[in-house]
Structure formats: structure tokens, C-alpha cells
Design a binder for this molecule. Sequence first.
Ligand code: SF4
Ligand code: FE
Length: 491
Amino acid sequence: MMTQDEYVKSLRDMKTVVYYRGKRIENFVDHPAIRPHINSAALTYSTGKDGEIDENRTTLSHLTGKRINRFTSIHMTPEDLVMKVKALRGIAQKSGSCFQRCVGWDALNALYGVTYEIDQAKGTKYHENLVKYLLYIQDTDRMADGAMTDPKGDRSLAPSKQADPDQFLHIVERREDGIVVRGAKQHQTGAVNSHEIICMPGGAMGPDDADYAVAFAIQMDAPGIICIFGRQTNDDRKLEESDVDKGNACFGAVGGEALVVFEDVFVPWERVFMAGEYEFCGLLVERFASYHRQNYGGCKTGLSDILIGACATMSDYQGTSKASHIKEKLTEMSHLGETMYCCSLACSHEGTTNASGQCFVDPLLANITKLNVTRNVFELGRLAQDIAGGVIATLPSAEDLNDPEIGKYVQKYFKGVEGIATEDRIRIGRLIENLSSGTALVESMHGAGSPQAMKVMIARQMKLDKKKRLATDLAGITESEETAAAKARTV
Ligand code: SF4
Ligand code: FE
């Protein structure tokens, strides 16, 4: 296993092509817009600078029995799934930001089960490829990104019907030694600072879309891969010298997303996990999305722990902590946070074994988890801004705070309780601003899929017929053939 320092060092050997704000970034490891995301991802590495091992972040490989980083493991029991959620909450409590590595972990787990099922049905060798790749990842502790979202062009059209065939990542050439792919993946969390990228198709597909039914893994610095790093709310502040206005100077906010372009990228056959088996695209999306939606009551609850702590601290600094409405709002925030956590634990506890022998979350409950996150995180943000007051939207800059002429006015008029430094009140306000607004909220809405995607899955799995029978049985109704025929006309 790599230490946190070794992870950062290993990125320096990568030749990943990165662009940000119109410029090629040669040294992305030390770039102020990217470094916080690297610091955050580094927290997923089990050993810190002083060499301590965090048990939550390691486990035993079901393949070799060796101790491995938990982020490279396959979930074999509901307990593994529960430990995943606990690890995510624990890391988020330290980072206050997305630590990115879960997407690749979920990609490995989704592909582990689905490649097994493709091989069973088709006599292919994808599972063998996946297991070999998994052993490599467990052995080297490399960070893999998981990439599912295509640009999608006209959303009303299938991949093969798009005016531009590259709107979905696809195979452009099949060679004896591998495939060549072209297209892009969007909103890719942690792509720039990952060693590898695991690509999967982003939706159900038909026979005409066979070239788009492609899953594979490749190193991020493979020829033809280009990362275009996205902008975030207040990203100019990352370039400032003072860390007062950054909110979370060390770890930033959200995941450091990028557009990843594949310009005729060669992938050897041993790294291919699906190439044309369009019938399995829907299953793969369902597995990946459910594993990833499971996470959100872990990481977002960890972030809500910090937000609640920041609001309580702000109340102490402003002299409002004894007010009953503040206590009530903090309690409500805890209720919202722990509700998300309950959901993640529930879908983990209800996990079941699939054909490959791995444990899969309860997909209905995993989708409920993420749908709650799209609401609760916004409500947490609303309450946080209510508690903090308008000050977080009107604070002058650190330059003003430290200005020899007018700094005294900022010091004087942004002070709260006597004895509390004005700068501390500003710092906690900036942290609340960072956690409760802008890109952080968008990530909670659309990360792991937009709310409508969850509703589609919930509608598919909510067993409405069974629920109708529960009601009619209890009401003493025995439906006649005439009733059944009449009902059939209404649905
Ligand atoms: Fe992991 Fe959460 Fe970031 Fe997704 S949003 S990669 S689950 S930390
Ligand atoms: Fe996310």
C-alpha cells in the first residue's frame, strides 16, 4: 500500500495532459487549483506521514488474503458495505471535501459482478481480465477514476443516432491487439489526479449501439487522453496568498471535475471488460449507480458534521448559541444529516450476494439514499446560512482585513463576542460559505446521477403491484375478472 506522501509523489511521474483556463498545466501536482483535490484524495491512502494505519481504510483481499487499501476491495458481505459507509464518513469529516476515490472503487465493484454475468451468458473472458486488473490495482494501490457520463448531445437520441457520433464514447477500431476508442467523459471527479481511468457505458443500449457498449481501464497519461479541468465557485481565491478567504484551504471543495477527451486512444484487449455486449449496459449502469448512490449518506453526512460544527462555532463567536431557535436549527441539521447516514447504512445492511459471489447493495434503498441527499444537503445549506447570517455574503477580503489603513475598520466592525478574534469569525464564516453554496450544492444534486435518474430506478423497484395487493387484501376486496379488465384499461 502507498502512503499519502508516496501517492502525491507518484503523481509527479504521470505525464497526464491537463488544461485549465486555456493553458496547459505541466506541473499539475503543485498547481493551486488542483493541489487541494490531491490533498483530499491522499486521505484515502491508509498510512499517514507518521506511518499510522487506519483500519477503516484497509481490509483483506478476497483474492489473495493480503491486506489492501479498502478502496481497492470487492465487497463480499453486508459488513464490507457498512464499513465502506463508515470509512467515507470518517474521511469526509477530515477533508470537508470530496476525496474522489469512491468512483473508481464503485466501477471495479460494478464490473466485477457484471463481467461475470456477461461471461456466463456469452462465453467471453472479461471477468478474467477484470480480476487480473483488480490484482494489479490491489498490488500497486493506484487510484482509478470511474467514468460513466458521456456528453450525450441530443438527449432524445440514442448514441448511434447522434449527428456527431462522438457524443458517446465508442469503439472506432477493433485490432488484433486491442481496441481504439474516441469520445469523451464529462464531470469526471478526480480524473486529473488519478493514475487510471475505468470507463463504462452511461445508459441502456440497443443493437445499433454495440460500438458504444464499451468498458475498459487505461492509464490517465495514455496517448490521446486530454483533461480539461473545470471551474468552481470562487476558484480565483485558490490563487490568493492568504488562506483566510478560501474556506477550506487544504482540501478545497467538491471533487475537481474535468472533461476527459479520448482522441483515438488504444486499449489492449486485456484491459477491455465489455466490447459490444449492449444487452448488459443497463445492468452495469444500475450496479454502478447503486453502489455510488450508497456512498452519499457516508461522505455527505461527514460534510454535514463539519457544517453543523461550523454553525455552532459561529453561534458561539456571535453570541447567539443560547437562542432557542439556533438550538432547534442545529438539531434539525443533525436530523437531516443522520437521515442520510441511516439510508446508507440500511442499503448496506440489506445487501445481497449476486452470481459472482460479491455483495450488492439494496438498489431501491441506495437510490432513496441519494434522492434524500439531493434534498437534505440543500436544506442543511439553507439552515447553515440562516444561522450564520448575511455576514457570509458581505465579508470583505483578507486584503482589506490586513490593510494597514482600513484593516482596523474590518477588525472592529466584523467582531462578534469580546475576546474572539475577528479573523476567526471570518474564517468560520468562509468555511460555511464553502460548504453551503455554489459548486458544493450542484455536486449534491447531480453527483452519482440527477434526481430523475433515481426516481426512474425507484419507480422500477417499488413493487407497486405487491403494495396494491396488500391494500386490497386488507380492505377485503377480491377482484373479479371484470375489475381486472377495467383496471387494465386505466393503466
Ligand atoms: Fe466519494 Fe462522495 Fe466524492 Fe462521490 S462525492 S467520489 S461518494 S466523496
Ligand atoms: Fe460525487
